[in-house]
Design a binder for this molecule. Structure first.
Ligand code: ARG
Length: 459
């Protein structure tokens, strides 16, 4: 295969080296961006008088035909042509003749690949934003649909205090909303035009980078050509955003997996979102949640890999940077797929409200409220804590819950107890009384739902 850069070489490239250095197997997915970037570049070259306008027209026409061929599956990508940029350029010249060779005037593959990747990431960020909003919506709707459902809240995975199920769901909503705002930051720093940096130092031709930026809808330009061809910060930021998002999804997955176990039985996933066992006929496994939890590992891995690739590189372009793409693309695919299946899984899950309530009634989750009751009657909190601790121990010995105690029994532990104690430690009261801002009370959660809706309205 003759090379676009073959002039200096007396010998053909070793086929093994061709295969090793080629990126076409994965960068072909940027063909649209490569063509859009080339069209903008050709227009700019003509506008600046660097090529004739008829030449630009021929180039643009040829590129559009190539685009149609690729979309029709009528284009064979060659490993020997290394990457998407040279595959398209070579085909262009075959189609329109030597004038095709003018397209690469005032451009290098270094700024070309940077442009393509910026365009690609920018486009995918918009799609991921849309999917993230869908998932946020699924959490808000499920929280709303289950308003009033009480569940045990946990610390150390031990039952701690009663909470609203919707409060738990909204916790995840707010995490996802921060992920969304991180994504907006990534978008802002991806929306930067690198083209015009040339190989590293700019170009001797009188180009107009602002005109290219305008055509491709970039709000800013890189101010430094070395930075433009070397920067992979936006990829790192995207991978960091994706890692944090996947970490959140993984935590939710862990809970979903627990909740649909027979031990918890708080929820049931829809049959459509589970798979069976090839040997155990009774099984219904939460594979989606497990896989999202599992796939989190590869996204973290891609972040680590990219940080490691970038850390020792001298300015400006180095071939190491070609390693930025596979992890990036895999992360984009993984995040999009995970968000999509998750939203439908959350929407379709069934919530077992009676089970959650009966669990929280049959435990000591109301112990803090019993202590708070005594504090409100004037006992210092530390003493109240001691009194309730003793009551709990007594209950465990007697095989009772706090709600089972008679007033006489309560009074054995403190004379401050009166007959309003049972009302004070009912789970509904425990929930209603946690009315501090951001707490689990009915009214706080109602306000949080409203805030969630407003947050989404601004996204
Ligand atoms: N395939 C290369 C990459 O992904 C394109 C840039 C190559 N530039 C070069 N001077 N070899 O980074």
């Amino acid at each position: 295969m003759s090379k676009l850069w073959g002039g200096r070489f007396a010998k053909n490239t070793d086929v093994m080296v061709e295969e090793f250095t080629s990126s076409i197997a994965f960068d072909s997915r940027m063909y649209r961006e490569d063509i859009a970037g080339s069209i903008a570049h050709a227009r700019m070259l003509a506008k600046c008088g660097i090529i004739e306008s008829g030449e630009a027209e021929a180039i643009i026409g040829g590129l559009q035909e190539i685009l149609a061929d690729i979309e029709a599956g009528d284009f064979s990508f060659e490993i020997g042509l290394e990457d998407i940029h040279m595959n398209i350029e070579k085909r262009l010249t075959e189609r329109i003749g030597p004038v095709g060779g003018k397209l690469h005037t005032a451009r290098s593959r270094n700024d070309q690949v940077a442009l393509d990747t910026h365009l690609y990431v920018r486009k995918e960020l918009a799609e991921i934003a849309r999917l993230l909003i869908e998932l946020e919506q699924a959490f808000v709707e499920t929280a709303q649909k289950n308003a009033g459902v009480i569940m045990p809240g946990y610390t150390h995975l031990q039952r701690a205090q009663p909470i609203l199920f919707s409060h738990h769901l909204l916790a995840y909503f707010f995490m996802l909303a921060r992920d969304f705002s991180r994504l907006q930051g990534v978008y802002e720093r991806t929306d930067l035009l690198p083209l015009g940096a040339g190989a590293l130092a700019g170009t001797t031709f009188p180009i107009d980078r602002h005109y290219v930026a305008e055509q491709l809808n970039f709000s800013q330009l890189y101010h430094n050509s070395l930075d433009a061809v070397s920067d992979r910060d936006y990829i790192l930021e995207f991978l960091s955003f994706a890692s944090i998002l996947m970490m959140h999804l993984s935590r939710i997955s862990e809970e979903i997996i627990l909740w649909c176990s027979s031990e918890f039985a708080f929820i049931e996933l829809d049959d459509a979102h589970c798979t069976g066992s090839s040997i155990m006929p009774q099984k219904k496994n939460p594979d989606v949640a497990e896989l999202v939890r599992g796939k989190t590992g590869r996204v973290f891995g891609h972040l680590m890999a990219m940080l490691t690739v970038a850390k020792g590189l001298p300015l400006a372009y180095n071939k190491d940077l070609q390693e930025d793409k596979e992890g990036l693309f895999d992360t984009i695919d993984t995040v999009k797929f995970s968000l999509t299946v998750y939203a439908s899984m959350i929407r379709a899950m069934r919530v077992n409200a009676e089970r959650m309530l009966s669990v929280v009634r049959n435990d000591f989750s109301n112990a803090t409220d019993m202590a708070d009751y005594l504090v409100k009657k004037g006992l210092p909190f530390r003493q109240a804590h001691e009194v309730v601790g003793k009551s709990v121990r007594y209950c465990i010995e007697q095989d009772k819950w706090l709600m089972d105690l008679s007033l006489a029994e309560f009074k054995q532990f403190s004379p401050l107890f009166e007959d309003d104690i049972l009302e004070a430690i009912q789970v509904e009261t425990c929930v209603a009384n946690r009315n501090s801002f951001g707490g689990t009370s009915y009214s706080q959660v109602g306000q949080a739902l409203e805030t969630a809706r407003q947050t989404m309205g601004k996204q």
